[in-house]
Design a binder for this molecule. Structure first.
Ligand code: 13P
Length: 258
């Protein structure tokens, strides 16, 4: 049965630039994204440039419909945390969004579920809209733990928060085995996890919230695979890495559902 609420979920497509671009490349890419997508209203477009370029990109995106986010944050408000960036700093340079718990933060930099939960709270306290990233590793999928791993990551991050605090939450399901590997999940693989993630959100926060929350898929998305993924009932958007560095391809991905 088609859920009538699903038709109300506007797709949200994010470009995670990771550790790519120089200042001039970042500003050029932001300009290109703005030129190609600012007037496109059928999906919400977000970009996540590297920290040093956020202020410049914010200026380039001022008065546009393209949302700006950071790729990470630290959970403390301020203090002796050399190299770290706080939520308030992100707000002060014009960020409205932030990725929390991206798989590279979890698996390259060692952020555990608890740290991710603290970062989520710090983002919410500062008024940033979070994209909470979850996803299983290949060995976890192979051993049949996919649903359990995603549910655990979700539960430890969301526990104790309420629907008012989480009103802008976006969830990104990014299977680790699909990130940067060229090995995209099939639409069916994405859909079955998204449906279970939505069910888990319902258990934690109620059915109405679960029906409205947007769940992105991420992992080797390209222009030619975007439409098939977005056609699935519980896939409400995409989080794009490599393909978001080319404005033309990113714009094709944002427009893919039409
Ligand atoms: P790729 O699209 O390069 O696989 O990266 C996905 C991702 O991690 C987006 O956050």
């Amino acid at each position: 049965m088609e859920n009538p609420l699903t038709t109300k979920r506007k797709p949200v497509i994010g470009g995670n630039w990771k550790m790519h671009t120089t200042l001039s490349e970042a500003v050029d890419l932001a300009s290109e994204v703005r030129n190609r997508l600012n007037s496109y209203g059928a999906a919400q477009t977000l970009v996540f440039p590297p920290f040093p370029f956020l202020g410049a990109v914010a200026q380039r995106l001022a008065d546009s419909h393209i949302g700006l986010g950071a790729q990470d944050l630290h959970f403390e408000k301020k203090g002796a945390f050399t190299g770290a960036v706080s939520a308030d700093m992100l707000v002060s340079v014009g960020c409205a969004w932030v990725l929390v718990g991206h798989s590279e933060r979890r698996h390259v930099f060692g952020d555990g579920d608890e740290v991710v939960g603290k970062k989520l709270r710090a983002a919410l306290t500062a008024g940033l809209k979070p994209v909470l990233c979850i996803g299983e590793k290949l060995e976890e999928r192979k051993s049949g733990e996919t649903f359990a791993v995603n549910r655990r990551q979700l539960r430890t991050a969301l526990q104790g928060l309420d629907t008012a605090q989480l009103q802008h939450l976006v969830i990104a399901y990014e299977p680790v085995w699909a990130i940067g590997t060229g090995l995209v999940a099939t639409p069916e693989q994405a859909q079955e996890v998204h449906a279970d993630v939505r069910a888990a959100v319902g258990e934690l926060l109620g059915g109405a919230f679960a029906a409205a929350v947007r769940i992105q898929y991420g992992g080797s998305v390209k222009a030619e695979t975007a439409a098939g993924l977005l056609a699935k009932a519980d896939v409400d958007g995409l989080l794009v890495g490599g393909a978001s560095l080319k404005a033309e391809e990113f714009a094709a991905i944002v427009r893919a559902r039409a």
